[in-house]
Design a binder for this molecule. Sequence first.
Ligand code: GMT
Length: 375
Amino acid sequence: MRIGITCYPTYGGSGVVATEIGKELAIRGHEIHFISYAIPIKLDATSEGIYFHEVEMLNYPLFEHPHYTLALATKMADVAVHHKLDLLHVHYAIPHSVSAYLAKEMLRPRKIPVITTLHGTDITLVGNDRSYLPITRFSIDRSDGVTAVSEFLRKLSSQEFALQKPIVLIPNFVNCDVFQKTQDANHRKKFASADEKIIVHISNFRPVKRVTDVVEIFDEVRHHLPAKLLMVGDGPERYNAECLSRNKGLSEKVVFLGKQDSVAEILSVADLLLLPSENESFGLVALEAMACEAPVVASKVGGLPEVIREGIDGYLIAPKDIKAMASRTVEILSDPEKHRKMGINARKFAMEKFCSTKIIPLYEEYYHQIVNLNQ
Ligand code: GMT
């Protein structure tokens, strides 16, 4: 098939998922056309079967705000015609499903089916804001197919948007060959000394991630065992988290690594992942850590209980309960047998339920179904 994929090209789960889908589909012989304002960070646009089309914006003094939605729609229609696309698959509803709807209408009577994949905050935070709700609901409803990355998000989207259209669950996935625990002791040494446990947090440092809680939890944990905290990513809460860590005298033990191209390399040395988010529709990074045999201590919110099994791959705790999160972290890290078992369980679950080899065919089947319905 010839598939157009649109996503945010920056760091973030939805862009990573979209990029990985495109890469895996190209390996399976499909022709993939990414359409966005920049090359997605994890994309090699010189790979076989992968093409990138940059959305260019017109600047004119009258336009105080950029018209990305329109420019994207125009580019989608252009690529669809000139590269004979079979469908457009957009990730994150806002504004991508609106642009796709416009492109589809522009191309009539030619039919180009549109699939929207909902990722989380496009429904839970931005999508249900009064300023965006009607257009988000409209564009999701006009998509020919809609998928959500967790059962939590599938149900919530149907309810919040009172959609007639069925939303199909296709969960996020991980490439278990790329995400693996390292066997190289020297790689671990780059981050911590032999007696220190390595705790990792990875996010976009937005308020919803509660990054200062991560520092608070680590502070408690440090009273019980030697450890290092690797903070990966960047965003509005980074400064607060850095200040808190300095004020607590933890500067030597908390390392802010910023945005990283290869989170797999960091997770390969992780002993545990902390994800105390206020909400999380799926929590892709939890799955990636699990594939690397790192148990996860996370909030019991959103789609996280679909990814992490309580007491088996980690622990799920009410958000903001820093004491309980710290105590479970110490419990896992101070019991080598429990730590090992949880890590093995986590990788096994990731491989059995969320391996890319199992999930990508679900997208292929869904594409065929939607294209056939539109013929
Ligand atoms: O967190 C965000 O605002 C960004 C968004 C994204 O684009 O990365 O994250 C959402 O999509 C990810 C990929 O499907 C999920 O793993 C995240 O759980 C989800 N974030 C939230 O629900 C907060």
